[in-house]
Design a protein. Structure first.
Length: 156
């Protein structure tokens, strides 16, 4: 089974740190109240709750090389929840340049006011590990014919 905890343990803290640099504040995961009455945990919330962000590390394509409508729908659901939180700045943070370009094209003119999609690129080694974890998870969900496409962990 793919160990996707790497994303939560390593990638999300890196993104929160980068958001902190960009917005000159500290970001932590936090459960926020929604205008609909419910609650939801967001990956990165500034200390004063003026900036709320959801982080996605998904890659742009499936293991077979196609655009993943499921990955796009997950990003769209994150955008939906951002519409339900009260904050001056609402962000969907994407770590994959390829997925960022795909989303920017697909969502052009379709974002709710006050919401933006930002790219925070990962360092090369971190991006490689994310790609490996994602490929492993994708292969687990794909037909057997794609299992030979699973990248191996680089040994040094």
């Amino acid at each position: 089974m793919a160990n996707t905890s790497y994303l939560r343990r390593v990638v999300e803290p890196f993104v929160r740190q980068e958001l902190g640099r960009r917005y000159n504040t500290v970001f932590l995961p936090k459960v926020m109240g929604l205008v609909s009455g419910g609650q939801r945990e967001f990956n990165a919330v500034s200390h004063n709750a003026e900036v709320v962000a959801s982080i996605t590390s998904t890659g742009g394509k499936t293991v077979s090389g196609n655009v993943s409508s499921g990955k796009v729908r997950v990003a769209e659901s994150e955008l939906y929840y951002l519409t339900l939180v009260s904050a001056a700045t609402k962000l969907l943070v994407v770590t994959s340049p390829e997925f960022f370009r795909m989303l920017a094209k697909k969502l052009e003119g379709r974002l709710a006011p006050g919401i933006s999609v930002e790219l925070i690129e990962l360092p090369e080694e971190m991006a490689e590990e994310v790609a490996r974890v994602q490929a492993e998870a994708s292969v687990e969900m794909s037909p057997r014919r794609y299992q030979d496409r699973l990248p191996t962990r680089r040994r040094e």
